[in-house]
Design a protein around this ligand. Structure first.
Ligand code: FRU
Length: 326
């Protein structure tokens, strides 16, 4: 029998192979570290929906008390997530959505707003006139369709900006590069590429440099990931023009999960805000995120020292007991 605050949470991640998702997991673990007896079982489906369905079945069988899930694609994952919910296992959906209302809470960025903000920004950037290509993520994953819808709506009232092609980059750098290599030669007068995530934005910049090295086609990405390999650094270095912040929601998801488990109040919809990061604010944002990273490293070092001290204490306590019986 489980007692008190002894919880097991299953976390089914659609893919764990990129920095953004590592940051999400780190955030979750940092938050859960405040709860002593909570265990997180992590499964990475490597962008395969069938594998992710299997993972969730396994987690349900192993007796988790709550499921956190970022569904690779909405439709294929919906039935198994509904099944968890109907079994009475609370479900916290993060970042990507299912196609059903049967979940306990959602935590993630406002993807429609991301697309809309980028559309408005692109219009201002190009002075109301120009040609753009959009590179989307997996079309059946909700951030891809929501970002696309937001972009289309923003451009509907800005007819000077023409979306000349929409490519399917599946969220992956190499796939985005291949698609762009095929399409880009047809648009020598292209002004801008909107890539729906940071890795595809990086890929887009590389292909532009290959095919039109003499032109400076602007690239806008999404994610706003801090650190050496993130897209904040890419904006800072001038490789891309801008990126739309898309917080991972790792900490928030863990917090909502714990509230649900501990029968505390929580909200069903937890939408995280977006903002454009470009040359006008990137210095400040980079300073702050660099500081945040160094503080997190300090906390980890302190934790390691506390663990060491505890270990020494327990050894000495044991010795004292052997010697004196106290
Ligand atoms: C990471 C990622 C992010 C993107 C999100 C969308 O795996 O591709 O770059 O914003 O997933 O779900």
């Amino acid at each position: 029998e489980k007692q008190g605050d002894d919880y097991v949470i299953g976390f089914s991640q659609c893919t764990g192979d990129d920095e953004w998702r590592r940051a999400m997991l780190d955030g979750m673990q940092r938050e859960l570290a405040f709860h002593n007896n909570t265990k997180l079982i992590f499964k990475d489906a490597h962008a395969n929906s069938a594998v992710q369905v299997k993972h969730i079945e396994e987690l349900l069988q192993s007796g988790i008390q709550l499921l956190i899930v970022s569904p690779n694609e909405s439709d294929p994952l919906t039935p198994v997530i509904e099944k968890a919910f109907h079994k009475g296992i609370p479900v916290v959906v993060v970042d990507r959505r299912t196609s059903s209302p049967y979940y306990t809470a959602y935590v993630g960025g406002d993807n429609y707003q991301v697309g809309k903000t980028v559309g408005e920004y692109a219009n201002t950037l190009l002075g109301g006139n120009g040609k753009m290509i959009e590179i989307t993520g997996l079309p059946r994953s909700s951030p891809a369709s929501d970002r696309h819808r937001g972009l289309v709506d923003a451009l509907a009232t800005r007819p000077g900006i023409q979306r000349v092609a929409t490519l399917n980059g599946q969220w992956e750098k190499d796939i985005a590069k291949n698609e762009l290599r095929k399409a880009l030669p047809n648009f020598p007068d292209l002004d801008l590429i909107f890539a729906q995530n940071e890795v595809m934005a990086m890929g887009a910049r590389e292909v532009c440099n290959e095919i039109f090295p003499e032109r400076k086609i602007r690239v806008i990405g999404v994610d706003g990931l801090p650190g050496q390999f993130g897209d904040i650094q890419m904006v800072y270095d001038g490789h891309i023009t801008a990126t739309a912040l898309y917080p991972t929601g790792g900490e928030e998801a863990a917090r909502v999960a714990m509230n649900i488990l501990q029968k505390q109040p929580y909200q069903k919809e937890n939408l995280l805000q977006t903002a454009i990061i470009d040359s006008s604010n990137v210095r400040m944002i980079k300073m702050q995120t660099d500081k945040m990273i160094s503080q997190q490293n300090d906390i980890e070092r302190q934790q390691a020292r506390i663990d060491e001290q505890l270990e020494i204490y327990h050894t000495q306590r044991g010795l004292l007991y052997v010697m004196t019986g106290l």
